[in-house]
Design a protein around this ligand. Structure first.
Ligand SMILES: Nc1ncnc2c1ncn2[C@@H]1O[C@H](COP(=O)(O)OP(=O)(O)OP(=O)(O)O)[C@@H](O)[C@H]1O
Ligand SMILES: [Mg+2]
Length: 273
């Protein structure tokens, strides 16, 4: 998958090291994979394996120590309005209301829009994430899950070509999580024009349900362990798919790969990772 012509994002032998007292700590080692234009790729791996580090590189906040990270064939040199980001710790501006936080993101990415239009879109996306009634609240008066939904609304309302999401539904309750997954797939777009998504999660069902591919990293230092094509056609019907025997089998294989142990555990032992 590396370096094909239609790849929007290309990671080529990417290595990232952090400076530590005693020397360098390698967080990511020799990562190579591409993400095609309009593709939805999930990245899974154990805590500390370098997933957020990978996303920071794609966002342009962290430079590769070795290898390269390219968007549209050019090295990523910093954050850009082509990328909407949901961080693992949903970073909202504390001095802005939920509505202003979303509007700020829209203004940043879509400078051509007039003020009234920016706020109309902000309200539309806050409604989509179920927060119309809380739009005038400051982040300190929202729960963690609500703050995360504001951050999701902001990233999606920016309507960027690329979406980078770091465990975006981690602090969201199960019911909202399902709704947000559906919303994300809806806003991801339709065949003619789809966003390119890199989505980090700990949840194997979430990764499979949403993605075209699941890239599994090894434990630290993160390397690509498996790059798995998800074979299920779209649109995907959640209850139909998750209850099907092909899904159960596929999920069992992915789970076994993740834990490196194909024996001894029943499927229900690994609902979440
Ligand atoms: N700024 C930093 N300086 C030094 N080491 C760091 C820094 N940021 C992360 N690390 C280390 O790099 C490794 C990867 O961290 P990272 O946050 O990318 O992991 P992760 O896969 O996102 O984990 P989690 O699933 O818990 O979010 C960890 O060992 C972490 O301690
Ligand atoms: Mg992380």
């Amino acid at each position: 998958m590396t370096g094909s012509r239609k790849d929007k994002i290309i990671l080529q032998n990417l290595t990232v090291s952090y400076e530590e007292k005693g020397g360098l700590f390698t967080a990511l080692d020799d990562i190579s994979f591409g993400v095609a234009d309009g593709e939805f790729v999930s990245v899974i791996g154990s805590s500390g394996c370098g997933k957020s580090t990978l996303l920071s590189v794609l966002e342009g906040l962290l430079r590769p120590s070795g290898g390269s990270a390219l968007i549209d064939g050019a090295p990523i040199s910093g954050p850009g309005p082509d990328r909407g980001v949901v961080f693992q710790s949903y970073s909202l501006f504390p001095w802005m209301t939920a509505r202003k936080n979303v509007a700020f993101g829209i203004k940043h990415a879509r400078r051509e829009l007039k003020r009234a239009e920016v706020y109309r879109i902000a309200d539309e996306y806050l409604e989509k994430v179920g927060l119309s009634d809380s739009r005038g609240r400051y982040p300190s008066r929202l729960s963690g899950g609500m703050q995360q939904r504001v951050a999701i609304a902001r990233a999606l309302a920016m309507d960027t070509d690329i979406l980078l999401m770091d465990e975006p539904f981690g602090a969201v309750d199960a019911k909202n999580r399902v709704q947000l997954q559906e919303m994300l797939l809806d806003l991801w777009g339709h065949e003619a024009r789809r966003k390119t998504v890199v989505f980090i999660t700990h949840d194997i069902d979430e990764a499979i349900f949403l993605s075209d591919r699941v890239v599994m990293l090894t434990e630290s230092p993160g390397r690509v362990y498996r790059d798995i094509h998800v074979p299920f056609p779209r649109p995907r019907d959640r209850s139909g798919l998750l209850g099907s025997s092909v899904y159960v089998e596929f999920r069992r294989d992915v789970t076994a790969l993740f834990f490196g142990d194909k024996t001894g555990e029943t499927e229900d032992d690994w609902v979440k990772i």
